[in-house]
Design a protein. Sequence first.
Length: 230
Amino acid sequence: MPFSFGVCLLAKLHIDPQRLPVDAIAGEPALSHERLSPDWLRERLARPPAWEPELPEDLRERFPNLRHAAVLVPIVERPFGLTMLLTQRTAHLSAHPGQVSFPGGRTEESDASPVETALRETEEEIGLDRRHVEIIGALPEHVTASGYLVQPIVGLVQPPFELTAESNEVAEIFEVPLSFLMDGMNHQRMSFELPNGAGRRSFYAMPYERFFIWGATAGMLRNLFHLLRA
């Protein structure tokens, strides 16, 4: 079932997504421990089975001229288990201020591929040198409510590495256990009414400690979850 992520709409309507009621919990079983290992991830991304992604396809009709972008989905190999590296955007940005995001951004003409975009933008945003990143695959392209066609690139990140947040864009860099994100019991479904009786928009959220992961980022994580559990 496709879900739309009305990030810009919520901002325009002055709705705080964290204050919306939870409609439902997705509730799929957590991934088994064996599926949360680097070798298993490499094999799954290299040879994915048939699976059905959740994509906000209706947004393609609203944005006939989508701008291209790519993000890195960085899975860190920690001794205690895999984690997902995420950023929180600064509050003053015009697009998605304060939101939790993957590192990444708009495609430049000089970028040879989405992989290059994701790695370049990650280096610029958080200072993660590409020599620490092993690209293992990609998730389906994702249309955002801000008019971007985003290609998520999945990479395994090998510590030790140093990070430096680009102060104009990134307020904080943090990690979340992959086991938490790959558990349907932690996936909340929320929705809000569009103005003028235009219907409802739905989105997923994955609150973790003091961070509220939602919108396109949660949607991409849902597709990673579906791919790994297929």
